[in-house]
Design a protein around this ligand. Structure first.
Ligand code: FES
Length: 291
């Protein structure tokens, strides 16, 4: 498989030299001369890696482009190597460091870039991405060959992916886009149109709180308030550690035990708000406390 690398830089000499270097090492290279064009190419071309110049038309253009990429669900996982000649000369309005949680920047290389160091970094981040890619690939390939040429194949494949993972991982959406030759944006349109498809990995434990009539009358609103308070999330959300997902349901079929919650497939009935700390704590290694 040939990896695709996008080089975003307004320095044509650097772009040409980098393109030559990468192509000589069997990478496919596409280029853009500014942040806006670069962002559009990220969306359109689905590159495996981005080399992004920090200072183009203005000194933080690269960082703004990285932020725009991070904010776009369809492309936020594409790794970025930031290239800068300005790291020492300017203070940026944010801390410029690699591997921040909120930015996909994996490394920062200073100009003039040592070709060997560049190739080493490219190889590291592509092999990491390649591993994830490989893990998802076999299943994606199987699904594609199963549904290829059949009407409505995208929906059928997305259903199988959703059933398998509990959501549609971004790297699978990338693979589908490439192999089915469907724009990534179209795939995300379909995913967001149908409520059934999810883009986020589900919580490890699903807490279903019944807000059907019997439970409602017996205190479900107070239970719901207490669970939200304990987990610090709203209905439909997942806790930051991914441990719990909270959802409201209409009836769990055991109204005689009202009010009722279900965690995964275990029912807890006749509950009072005070019972919840101990129940939720059973699913964690630490005691849950009231905030
Ligand atoms: S209304 Fe809650 S279990 Fe039926």
């Amino acid at each position: 498989m040939q990896y695709k690398i996008l080089v975003i830089d307004d320095d044509n000499d650097f772009v040409d030299a980098t393109k030559l270097l990468l192509e000589a090492n069997d990478y496919q290279v596409i280029t853009a001369n500014n942040g806006q064009e670069g962002f559009q190419k990220v969306k359109k071309e689905s590159p495996d890696l981005i080399l992004l110049d920090m200072m183009m038309t203005y000194k933080t253009e690269g960082a703004e482009t990285a932020k725009a990429i991070t904010a776009d669900a369809a492309v936020k996982d594409v790794p970025i190597i930031m290239i800068t000649g300005a790291k020492k000369e300017y203070s940026f309005p944010f801390e410029l460091k690699a591997d921040q949680d909120n930015l996909p920047i994996k490394a920062i290389l200073e100009k003039p870039v040592d070709p060997e160091n560049l190739l080493k970094n490219v190889s590291i981040f592509l092999s990491k991405r390649g591993k994830e890619h490989y893990e998802s690939m076999s299943m994606t390939e199987k699904l594609i060959s199963k549904w290829k040429g059949k009407e409505g194949n995208l929906i059928m494949i997305l259903h199988e992916v959703q059933n398998h993972y509990g959501y549609v991982p971004r790297n699978v959406a990338f693979d589908l886009s490439r192999h089915l030759d469907i724009p990534l944006a179209r795939i995300y349109e379909v995913i967001s149109f149908y409520h059934y498809f999810k883009l986020q990995e589900p919580g490890k434990h699903i807490i279903s709180i019944c807000i059907g009539t019997a439970c409602y009358l017996k205190g479900a609103p107070q239970l719901l308030k207490e669970i939200k308070n304990l987990l610090n999330i709203e209905e439909g959300q997942i806790t930051q550690d991914g441990m719990f997902q909270l959802q409201g349901v209409r009836c769990l079929g055991c109204c005689g035990l009202a009010p009722v919650i279900m965690i995964d497939d275990k029912i807890y009935g006749n509950l009072k708000p005070n019972d919840l700390i101990d129940i939720i704590s059973k699913y964690t290694n630490k005691k849950v406390s009231v905030s």
